[in-house]
Design a binder for this molecule. Structure first.
Ligand code: PLP
Length: 353
């Protein structure tokens, strides 16, 4: 006898990346956080925010933040649905659209939270193996024709991006929703926001956690047309984003100049890190995100993870099919990346340049 539903008892709990304390001195390259501080304008809003707005219930639709996003992305404010991180949007979508007779499909490897949420809703998961080069298996996803298809693009942990043409084709082939999770689009060469106007079944997800250095604030949003918006709003917690989060987030996203500076630095370091790792004999997969997936010359991802950790550098190892010979490494500052490279060289993990 259990207090919980069968599918909850059977569920393996989601495992987040390790979180050593901020004073631990660890070089933290395991959760794709942005190494730069949030926008100074956002921090100013945070400092000035008084207590008055906290006494009353907030605007359930978070219109202040919606308007700021609409301005930056050039879409109607009514198409923006804010959430407590983009994780909250994934929860809302699954709550609204899937269940015992309504399956979810996604390529693997990908963000494990799609599976966690599907199991909570007692929905079947159709896991489609990504192509050999980790590109999107669009035909098999179309064939699965699930109630909700999740595509993370750029994808974590692989870094692979789907093209707008591929996503457009997939949206036209599935009868259900196509969720394009663009958590890393800030670092990529293209995005799929144009498909929201074009395809009635497309939702694009964005977050301020990665591109805006606000993983701790918890703010993300979906972009969807009016028809989808109506259903999703019904599935949302009433006051899912408070006024402090909304005000800080609005200031952050409005500060596009600072945002572009940070993104430029990270893209530059991504290119340098790639070159340095290739020179050490690693296969570095193309990445549109603020991280790279590498295949190790020795083939033992766990050993490399442990060796780097012993030298104070934390990266991500995934104990799953096709990932055991790989690591996912977040692109840090130049100094952090140099620490990673030094730890690599000291570990005698492969060829040195
Ligand atoms: C980080 C991440 C998210 C979650 O972002 P939050 O806004 O912090 O909840 C969603 N999808 C993918 C693929 C991610 O990597």
């Amino acid at each position: 006898m259990s207090y919980f539903k069968e599918n909850i008892d059977e569920l393996a709990a989601y495992i987040p990346g390790e979180q050593p304390g901020r004073d631990s001195g660890v070089v933290k390259l395991n959760q794709n956080e942005n190494p730069y501080p949030p926008s100074p304008k956002a921090l100013e809003v945070l400092r000035e925010f008084g207590g008055a707005a906290l006494r009353v219930y907030p605007d359930p639709m978070v219109n202040q933040f919606r308007r700021a996003v609409a301005e930056v992305l050039d879409v109607p404010a009514e198409w923006i649905l804010p959430g407590d991180g983009s994780d909250d949007l994934i929860v809302m979508i699954n709550r609204a659209a899937i269940g015992p007779a309504r399956a979810v499909a996604y390529p693997v490897p990908t963000f494990p939270f799609y599976q966690t949420q599907a199991q909570i809703e007692a929905a079947a998961c159709v896991e489609v193996r990504a192509n050999d080069d980790f590109s999107l298996p669009i035909e098999q996803l179309a064939e699965a024709n699930a109630a909700v298809t999740f595509v993370s693009s750029p994808n974590s942990p692989t870094g692979a991006s789907a093209t707008v043409e591929q996503l457009d084709w997939l949206a036209g082939r599935v009868d259900g929703l196509l969720v394009i999770d663009e958590a890393y689009a800030d670092f990529a060469d293209q995005d799929a926001i144009s498909l929201v106007a074009k395809c009635a079944n497309v939702i694009v997800l964005r977050t301020l956690s990665k591109g805006y250095s606000l993983a701790g604030l918890r703010l993300g949003f979906g972009i969807a047309g009016p028809e989808l918006m109506e259903g999703l709003v019904k599935a949302k917690a009433i006051y899912n984003v408070g006024p402090l989060v909304a005000a800080v987030g609005a200031a952050a996203i409005s500060d596009q100049q600072y945002h572009r500076e940070c993104v430029t630095k990270i893209r530059r370091e991504r290119a340098r890190l790639r070159e340095e790792l290739v020179a050490r004999g690693l296969v570095v997969w193309p990445s549109g995100g603020n991280f790279v997936m590498v295949s190790l010359p020795g083939g033992d991802g766990l050993a490399a993870f442990e060796a780097l950790k012993a030298r104070g550098v934390l990266v991500r190892y995934f104990d799953q099919d096709r990932m055991q010979d790989k690591l996912r490494i977040t692109v840090g500052t130049k100094d952090q990346n140099d620490s990673l490279l030094a730890a690599w060289d000291q570990s005698s993990l492969g060829n040195t340049p």
